[in-house]
Design a protein. Structure first.
Length: 269
């Protein structure tokens, strides 16, 4: 399939029906806006608008800000480069959002990954995470790389794996000859979206001293094989600039960019 064809399938099967919201979060359609959130001390929200924003985009944005401000929840408005209006990002910034680093939406067919050989070095092993100690090691790795919160990563991965074991598989790579409580060298997970044909890939961070040794590619191929075994046709990745070239080299396609805009209840009105 061409990149344009892949993007059309993704938009129709994933974005329009809200098929990639976090399992367990409350999901609502508020007019043209798709909204999901979880409440509580560590609560958060997520918004996107795949059907444009109508005649008064600023009013729609203000309504979502009011909704989350009333609940004291931070939230992210996820935009894609083809979203309308074309100046959506500028409008969000004027409404108090902060633009975060853009990522590239990578899509492709599972078979494109499986057609290429991928081997792990003999000094490491790849296995599925088995419980809280492994989620803690994965959280340590991710927090070391991206500083996005040790407890937040650990708790959310563990809770999602507990509540939705058929929709999430988490993997890590570790040194083969060290004790099982040694550091995770690479960690990644795959979420399955039933009825869509898509499996989405997350994580993939690798310790700097272990990069360029095939760990990322091997974990990618392992998850693609699992997706194939479960009957999934397509893979989706929101890729950083570090992983984008690897994914394209392995046969996937950059189809557009996506930029998250973050809003915090402490933002002045």
């Amino acid at each position: 399939m061409t990149p344009d064809e892949l993007l059309e399938v993704f938009h129709r099967r994933i974005r329009l029906p809200d098929a990639d919201t976090i399992p367990g979060w409350k999901t609502e359609h508020d007019g043209l806006v798709h909204r999901s959130y979880v409440e509580g001390p560590d609560g958060a929200g997520f918004v996107e608008a795949p059907r444009e924003l109508g005649d008064d985009p600023d009013a729609v944005i203000a309504a979502q800000v009011a909704f989350f401000r009333d609940r004291g929840l931070p939230f992210e408005w996820k935009t894609y480069a083809y979203d309308e209006p074309a100046d959506l990002g500028e409008r969000l910034v004027r409404a108090g959002f902060t633009a975060e680093e853009p990522e590239t939406l990578i899509l492709g067919e599972v078979d494109a990954i499986l057609a290429r050989p991928s081997l792990l070095p003999s000094k490491v092993r790849l296995r599925e995470a088995e419980g809280p100690p492994d989620y803690h090691r994965i959280a340590v790795l991710m927090n070391t790389l991206w500083h996005n919160g040790l407890e937040r990563i650990e708790e959310r991965l563990a809770a999602e794996a507990r509540m939705f074991p058929d929709r999430l598989s988490v993997f890590l790579v570790e040194e083969a000859l060290k004790e099982p409580d040694g550091p995770a060298l690479t960690a990644a997970w795959v979420r399955f979206h039933p009825g869509t044909g898509f499996a989405s890939l997350w994580g993939g961070g690798t310790l700097p001293e272990w990069r360029r040794q095939g760990l990322y590619s091997a974990v990618l191929a392992h998850r693609a094989r699992l997706a194939k075994d479960r009957g999934y046709e397509f893979l989706r990745v929101d890729a950083s600039e570090d992983s984008r070239p690897i994914l394209q080299k392995l046969g996937l396609h950059a189809v557009t960019t996506t930029t998250p805009y973050a809003w915090n209840p402490d933002t002045p009105t």
